[in-house]
Each structure stands twice: as structure tokens, then as C-alpha cells.
Design a protein around this ligand. Structure first.
Ligand code: PRP
Ligand code: ZN
Length: 292
């Protein structure tokens, strides 16, 4: 298969923490790929899009150089590579933290203790800048992998590495003492692609679809029954979406109220609703949200 010049191109991580979810989020945006099984290139069946599967460390530069218009990559990799790629959207998966950690039995216990010490990392750019901003004069030792064994080999006194589940740190008896960067998957774009009207129109279409999925993921649809006189109170509790749908029930004086609730307020809202006399509260996930 060859690349189609008119198609939008996106690079995704081939293997690793973001690979599966990156494919999944395209799927949630209604983009279906012709079989991707093990290949480096796949075409979307129902959207003018070609997908390239690459090593995550290469994605920022490929996007900068216009090899692909878009990329999905960890914010950590984007920042470390310092590529000229525009950050478009946070995608809400692949959350992890770039942390400084020290051996459990080390005399070092806080970030300030690191002055004059050696920190091993595969994120030398991010770490160097962070140390400079915080005025901590430590020595950054750049290594490309297996950072967690550097203290054991006495190559370093501390490490700075990604922490997701925390199990790598636990296994190597390392304790996190400082969060340098909170990271998650982001959508990035080649700046010239954003300037090109055909390309940017396609990018906008794809982003609108991604947004409707992301928004929906953060929203629950709540249905409840309540006495009519509780309506005013209920409306005060429901956070500022649009006004709820209110339907009279067969039972006199009773109504059904339907509305969307952002996940962050969810339990708060439900608990307050119960106090108003709302009953039979039903909560369903939202599949897509297209807001104008
Ligand atoms: C990171 C990091 C650790 C591990 C931490 O590597 O270097 O090895 O993940 O995850 P945990 O807290 O869940 O144990 P990653 O898998 O991103 O590989 P890469 O840096 O080679 O891309
Ligand atoms: Zn990697």
C-alpha cells in the first residue's frame, strides 16, 4: 500500500503504553482502519486518513517535518524532543508522571537534597530545565533506558523517569520525591498543515469527532423521578448544562427529569438530588456529544 497524497496522515505509537488506546480513540471518533495487523501503514476505510505506526520518540520530529500532518504522542516525549509541533488537544489517556525517585535507603529524602548529586534520566532536556527553574544544581546523566538500575550501579544517586502504575519503582525499591511533569497523550500537528486550508479542514473534522467522544466520556446522562414541587430545587442543583427535560408522569404531581451531568460533579449532584426527594435515579453513559 502506498500513501495517498490527499489523505491526512497521522502517526501513532507502534508499540508501548499509548499504542492500543491511540487506535481505540480513532475508533471512538468513528474512524475505522483497514487491517492494521503488524504493518507500518494502514488506511482508514471511512475517512481520508492514512495511519503510520512509529516509535514514539520519532513522532514529534516526523510531525515537525511534515512527514505526517498529525501525531498522537505523550506530552513527555513532545516536551523532551522540543520539536516544532503544535499541541492541539489533550486526549485523556496514557496519564503518567515524570518523577524524580531515590533509593529507599538513601539519605536523600527531598528534592532540595539533590544539589550536587547525580540524576540519571532519559529525559535530560525536561529535567535540566526543571532543575534550572527550581535552582537546584544537580548533575543530569542522560541514559537511554533501564534508568531504574542506575542507582544500583552507582552511576547515579537518583533517577528521573516515567511512573505510571508505580510498579517499576516498587520493584527497584525507589521512592518518588518530586513530580517534574504530569503527562498524558496529546494530539499534535504540523504547523504548515494547519495553514493549508484543505488539510486544516480535514484536521478540524477529525478533531470535532474526537471532541464529541472526549466530551461524552466525561458526561453522564441522569434520569430521575421527583415530586413536581422539587423541580425548582433540582434545577438549582444541576450544573449549568442546558435546561433539563421535564416530563409529567402518569402519577399526579410527579415528574421525570432528564439531564446531562459532567462526571466531575457527579456524586455531588446525585447526593444533593436525593435530598430533594428525587427517586429512581438512573444513570447512563453518553456515547457522543455534539455541541454547537
Ligand atoms: C516507562 C519507564 C518505566 C515504566 C514505568 O517506560 O521507563 O520503565 O514505564 O511504568 P510503571 O510505573 O507502570 O511501572 P516506557 O514503558 O514508557 O518505555 P519507553 O520509555 O522505552 O518508551
Ligand atoms: Zn519510547
Amino acid at each position: 500500500m502506498e500513501l495517498d497524497c490527499d489523505n491526512l496522515k497521522i502517526s501513532l505509537q507502534k508499540k508501548g503504553r499509548l499504542a492500543e488506546s491511540s487506535l481505540q480513540i480513532l475508533k471512538s471518533a468513528g474512524v475505522e482502519l483497514e487491517s492494521a495487523g503488524g504493518r507500518l501503514l494502514a488506511r482508514a476505510r471511512n475517512f481520508p486518513l492514512d495511519v503510520l505506526f512509529l516509535r514514539d520518540d520519532d513522532i514529534p520530529e516526523y510531525v515537525q517535518d511534515g512527514v505526517t500532518d498529525l501525531g498522537i504522542v505523550g506530552l513527555n516525549v513532545l516536551k523532551e524532543k522540543r520539536a516544532q509541533a503544535a499541541l492541539l488537544d489533550y486526549l485523556g489517556f496514557g496519564e503518567c508522571e515524570l518523577c524524580i525517585a531515590v533509593p529507599r535507603r538513601s539519605p536523600l529524602s527531598s528534592f532540595r537534597d539533590l544539589a550536587g548529586k547525580r540524576i540519571a534520566t532519559s529525559y535530560p532536556n525536561i529535567l535540566t530545565q526543571y532543575l534550572k527553574e527550581k535552582s537546584v544544581d544537580a548533575k543530569v546523566i542522560g541514559i537511554s533506558g533501564s534508568v531504574e538500575i542506575a542507582p544500583l550501579l552507582d552511576v547515579a544517586d537518583a533517577i528521573c523517569d516515567l511512573v505510571s502504575s508505580g510498579s517499576t519503582l516498587r520493584v527497584h525499591e525507589l521512592l518518588p520525591i518530586e513530580v517534574v511533569l504530569k503527562s498524558e497523550a496529546v494530539l499534535v500537528a504540523n504547523p504548515s498543515s494547519l495553514e493549508n486550508s484543505d488539510r486544516s479542514a480535514l484536521i478540524d473534522r477529525l478533531r470535532a469527532r474526537l471532541r464529541s467522544h472526549l466530551q461524552a466520556r466525561k458526561t453522564k446522562y441522569v434520569m430521575m423521578n421527583a415530586p413536581e414541587e422539587a423541580l425548582e430545587e433540582i434545577q438549582k442543583i444541576l450544573p449549568g448544562m442546558k435546561s433539563p427535560t421535564v416530563v409529567p408522569l402518569a402519577e399526579r404531581g410527579m415528574i421525570a427529569v432528564h439531564t446531562a451531568v459532567p462526571e466531575e460533579f457527579f456524586w455531588d449532584v446525585i447526593e444533593k438530588l436525593q435530598v430533594t426527594g428525587a427517586t429512581d435515579i438512573l444513570v447512563v453513559p453518553v456515547e457522543k456529544m455534539v455541541l454547537s
